[in-house]
Design a protein around this ligand. Structure first.
Ligand SMILES: Cc1cc2nc3c(=O)[nH]c(=O)nc-3n(C[C@H](O)[C@H](O)[C@H](O)COP(=O)(O)OP(=O)(O)OC[C@H]3O[C@@H](n4cnc5c(N)ncnc54)[C@H](O)[C@@H]3O)c2cc1C
Length: 480
């Protein structure tokens, strides 16, 4: 069997490792830069961290009997679940921690990837898989004066557990998915929370998070009913896909949202501040039961004025106001469209992948890239969805395992996806994406690369991605 290197130990790396093992392929190693496994669920330990897709779907299809304590499991439980999978499927011996891969260069004459960590070449493998995720590198905007701030500065994805919020004035920058989980958790303890909002999100209620005793019993004891429950959640996400292109359905969602906001926020001026300036769905639609209730508190304020700079005592906005703060929490997210950040990948003829992706990343099925043979991406370009990413990851797992098996049978030196196949696939994809609310909804979102091309999102149904990735087609690849 070919030698395989997998970079990353989040859901993608672990899911692939398990599947390889189940197919009798043991010739793989996982490289993890951190001191522990778990990907985003190791890194995002902020107060209130939880998934926002129900756990019965946000879990592997082959391991969905798990005693989730809540519909949307907290971070610690999801991390424990991943560790449970690693133990159960005996993946641990394959994992190398504290091992950051910084580059890989394809040696065409021998058909191997030389893997480097810093200055050293640490391995040569026939197959290379990047499972480094879209959300593993936190980003803080380069506000002038950041270094002069005298208090603590914390990014949501690198929470400092020594930080005590009690009685503090806290500035929170951003109103994305992490912030709407953090703020309700800390608002009751902080003296004052000032939230700097660039654009108000659409936030809908999550619904009941706790299972009733009866639900818990049914979901634990009856595998068939658990599978049906999973299917029902899956279908509810599939049903939302057409909404992203239909003006009528987008307008309907906006109407529902406005009615909900009216019910939850009685102060008209606050309601105006919280009304999004873009179409429903253009940015990620968020879920929370407590966000609006928390924003009505006396000690919480929304500031819409843009930030000018950071001062030693707080945050200065463009209108000249100084917002005094003892600490700043950055909910400023990640750089998902900056794929393979931190990795220098050189393919055929020494071409660097960053150069091939000048206008924004693209791949065939989000998995393979012309000129980079025997190299596979997981959760790669255009595979993010407003649903369970694990479903997409499992489609990629199946595709990659089949490619590995085909490679092994064929005894060729390498397999390279055809440039024309990749181009045609991406032309169709981009023409589809241009018609979605992500492109037409009057917002700037993190789905786009600097060039304006949408590089992170999959616009279609999840089952259509599953169908396309079901079986690799020999004719899509040249073999050497
Ligand atoms: C706070 C948060 C909540 C989320 N909630 C949901 C949700 O509810 N539903 C959903 O579908 N998705 C959610 N996501 C998206 C989530 O990223 C995916 O669901 C999934 O966990 C991605 O797994 P992954 O293995 O691809 O990447 P990651 O989990 O990011 O794992 C990548 C791993 O690669 C390692 N790595 C990176 N670079 C290197 C390197 N150079 N060398 C070695 N190792 C490296 C990282 O340390 C990390 O361990 C959430 C993301 C975040 C940040």
């Amino acid at each position: 069997m070919p030698s395989i290197a997998i970079i990353g130990t989040g859901f993608a790396g672990i899911g692939l490792a398990i599947s390889l093992k189940q197919r009798g392929i043991n010739s793989f190693n996982l490289y993890e830069r951190a001191a522990a496994v778990g990907g985003v669920w190791r890194d995002n330990t902020y107060p209130g961290a939880a998934c926002d897709i129900p756990s019965h779907l946000y879990s592997f299809s082959f391991e969905h009997q798990y005693p989730w304590s809540r519909r949307y499991a907290p971070q610690s439980e999801i991390l424990a679940y991943l560790k449970h999978c690693i133990d159960k499927y005996e993946i641990c011996p394959h994992i190398s921690l504290n091992n950051e891969i910084t580059g890989a260069e394809f040696q065409e004459s021998r058909g191997v990837w030389a893997l480097s960590s810093g200055e050293k070449t640490i391995a040569e493998v026939q197959i290379l898989v990047s499972a480094i995720g879209q959300f593993s590198n936190p980003v803080v905007p380069n506000f002038p004066g950041r270094d002069s701030f005298s208090g603590q500065q914390i990014h949501s994805a690198r929470w400092d557990h020594s930080f005590c919020v009690d009685g503090k004035n806290v500035a929170v920058i951003g109103t994305g998915a992490s912030v709407i989980q953090i703020v309700p958790e800390i608002a009751g303890r902080a003296r004052r929370l000032t939230i700097f909002q660039r654009s108000a999100p659409y936030v809908f209620p999550k619904g009941p998070d706790r299972f009733t005793a009866k639900e818990a019993e049914v979901l634990t004891r009856f595998p068939v009913l658990r599978t049906l429950h999973r299917l029902k959640i899956y279908a509810s996400y599939e049903a939302r896909i057409p909404r992203r292109k239909s003006e009528k359905l987008i307008a309907k969602s906006e109407h529902v949202f406005r009615n909900l906001l009216q019910k939850q926020i009685s102060d008209p001026s606050l309601r105006e501040d919280l009304t999004p300036d873009h179409r429903w769905g253009c940015k990620r639609v968020l879920l929370s039961n407590d966000w609006y209730r928390t924003l009505s508190r006396q000690n919480v304020a929304i500031v819409k004025e843009p930030i000018e700079k950071i001062l030693s005592e707080g945050v200065r906005t463009l209108d000249g106001a100084t917002h005094v703060a003892d600490a700043i929490i950055y909910g400023t997210g990640f750089a998902p469209s900056d794929f393979l950040r931190g990795l220098k990948i050189k393919g055929l003829g020494g071409e660097e992948i960053g150069k091939a992706w000048n206008d924004g990343a693209e791949a065939y099925l989000g998995i393979t890239v012309a000129g980079f043979p025997n190299f596979f991406l997981m959760f790669g370009p255009n595979t993010n969805i407003p649903g369970s990413v694990i479903y997409m990851i499992e489609s990629q797992v199946r595709y990659i395992v089949r490619m590995v098996e085909a490679f092994d049978r064929s005894k060729v030196r390498y397999m390279n996806v055809r440039a024309d196949v990749q181009k045609r696939f991406n032309q169709r994809l981009q023409s589809h994406l241009r018609r979605t609310v992500w492109a037409t909804g009057n917002c700037s979102n993190w789905f786009m690369a600097a060039s304006g091309k949408i590089t992170t999102q999959w616009p279609g149904f999840l089952f259509s991605y599953r169908r396309l990735t079901r079986r690799p087609r020999r004719r899509d690849y040249t073999s050497v």
